[in-house]
Design a protein around this ligand. Structure first.
Ligand code: NAP
Ligand code: MG
Length: 495
């Protein structure tokens, strides 16, 4: 990487960081009404980075009022698409010029390697803002096929106030997947970042206003899920709630909606994605490198992690050996060191949750082939591989959200499909084969929102992102993702 700072450079920048720790409501940083704060802990050393405003229902209410007032005022919601585009483009460029600072905040806050914060997360954030900015003035409405004495217009309007609640695994990236299309479509937004990782969202709120986004259009309320998150989910003046997080909490948002104003709900939830390797795979080495990378990346804290590896029995031993070699070679260490490939887990609670699953796997009778232990007494875990996993085991069914791979074997396409689809989740599935007919059959029969053939992660804003079954519904990215933040109006003209 040409301009990647060194470990020492990154460390020396920490004390100079401009950290915003208050809520952002109506274009200004403000304390929580209650005056309460929560500690923002770095999993790297367990120390507090700062105290962050702990918002609750009262602050959420103020943020929703500010979002509603901005929406009604129309400076943003009625702005010509080409002008909204310019503001969002400027916003993207401001984020780009602050990328290193944002990457450092992200890594300190949740422990992912700085190299990935910078080259994956922040680049993806900039790319997503640019893409939705560019899209706004390229989409047309419709005219219905009616007689010459009638005119039927089908127009798309912004929905109003969007509540966005997001997780900590890709804090700013996940927030952007909501904010960028919601703003592009002309809505106002109230964002609740995860309690573990609020710093980047709070920082970019200011950059948005500096880019020309009118006050009140983007509000950020850090706080806990059961208080601030629930208040947003139950608010009578929020028109849509867009959520990324666990299936368990996703279900709560459906309940909140049903018990309040029937707001629209869009859910991007968990996964337990199968990665299927057929014996005829063209390049076994490439498949093994990819299989390991996509369970250990971000310490396995990825909704689309390739957490179930399904191996044809004839290549099982050879393939597993290659995957383990990758696990052994992984450089685990200080996330601020640019050469680190695996940093910490997000916090102690998640570290212990994953260790519990490792115990469960052993108790269930799976064979621990590699790793399984905590490194030191903080948030570092070894990459872990279980073999002889049966589909009914909890480590094959439940989302562990850690660097734990469950390996299952199959014989033939029918059994592979049966195992792959034996899940409450349906986010992503991967199939590796050199036979086109085989690939086609898997693509048709895998129950997943996203299927990859001879690769795993190839996400791009042009492709809808999301799952089926209990992985949620609604799609992020693409024009479908933009449309999600609009509502349709049918207008009849009579002549
Ligand atoms: P989580 O526990 O479901 O939390 C997600 C968000 O919901 C956080 O902001 C959280 O707030 C909030 N929340 C928690 N309890 C709540 C409640 N009772 N009412 C309202 N809001 C509540 O998920 P996580 O542990 O942060 O993230 C991991 C999960 O996200 C995994 O299941 C992963 O698969 C999923 N994920 C899915 C996608 C996708 O696109 N499909 C992408 C990334 C992650 P606090 O944390 O502040 O309490
Ligand atoms: Mg943190």
């Amino acid at each position: 990487m040409p301009d990647m700072p060194t470990l020492e450079d990154w460390k020396s920048r920490i004390s100079k960081l401009d950290i915003h720790n208050r809520a952002f409501i109506n274009g200004r940083y403000v304390d929580a009404v209650s005056g309460k704060t929560m500690s923002c802990i770095s999993p790297i050393d367990g120390k507090s980075i700062t105290e962050v405003a702990e918002c609750d229902a009262e602050d959420v209410n103020l943020a929703v009022q500010s979002a509603r007032a901005a929406f009604e005022k129309g400076l943003w919601s009625n702005m010509a698409p080409r002008k909204r585009k310019r503001v969002l483009q400027k916003f993207a460029e401001k984020i780009k010029s602050n990328m290193q600072e944002l990457a450092l905040l992200e890594t300190l806050d949740m422990g992912k390697p700085i190299t990935y914060s910078l080259t994956h997360d922040m680049l993806s954030v900039v790319q997503t803002f640019r893409w939705f900015a560019e899209a706004i003035d390229k989409v047309y409405d419709e005219i219905a096929p009616m007689g010459s004495k009638e005119l039927g217009l089908i127009t798309r309007e912004p929905i109003g106030v969007i509540g966005a609640v997001v997780p900590w695994n890709f804090p700013l990236d996940m927030a952007t997947l909501k904010i960028a299309p919601a703003l592009a479509a002309g809505n106002s937004v109230v964002l609740k970042p995860a309690e573990q990782s609020p710093l980047t969202a709070l920082r970019i709120a200011e950059l948005a206003v500096e880019s020309g986004l009118p006050e009140g259009v983007l509000n950020v309320v850090p706080g806990f899920g059961p208080t601030a998150g629930q208040a947003l989910g139950r608010h009578m003046d929020v028109d849509m709630l867009s959520f990324t997080g666990s299936t368990e909490v996703g279900k709560l948002f459906l309940k909140y909606s049903g018990e309040s104003n029937m707001k629209q709900v869009a859910l991007e939830c968990g996964g337990k994605s199968p990665n299927i390797i057929m014996a005829d795979v063209e390049n076994l080495d490439a498949a093994a490198i990819d299989a390991a990378a996509n369970i250990f990346y971000n310490s396995g804290q990825v909704c689309t992690a390739a957490s179930r590896l399904l191996l044809d029995e004839s290549i099982h031993d050879e393939f597993l050996e290659k995957v383990m070699a990758e696990a052994i070679a992984l450089k685990i260490g200080d996330p601020l060191d640019p050469s680190t490939e695996m940093g910490t887990m997000v916090d102690l609670r998640q570290t212990e949750r994953v260790l519990d699953y490792i115990n469960i796997g052993q108790e269930e009778g799976a064979e621990l082939s590699h790793g399984g232990k905590r490194i030191g007494d903080g948030c570092y875990l070894e990459p872990t591989v279980f073999q002889n996993v049966q589909s009914g085991m909890r480590i094959a069914q439940e989302e562990i959200f850690g660097p734990v791979l469950s390996v299952l074997t199959f014989s033939g396409i029918d059994e592979a499909l049966k195992l792959a689809n034996d899940s409450q989740y349906g986010l992503q599935a991967g199939i590796w084969t050199s036979n086109l007919n085989t690939a086609h059959r898997f693509v048709r029969e895998l129950r997943a929102g996203m299927v990859t053939v001879n690769s795993w992660s190839s996400y791009h804003p042009v492709m809808p992102f999301g799952g089926v079954k209990q992985s949620g519904f609604g799609r992020d990215f693409s024009l479908h993702g933009l449309q999600k933040y609009t509502q349709m109006k049918s207008t009849y003209f009579a002549f």
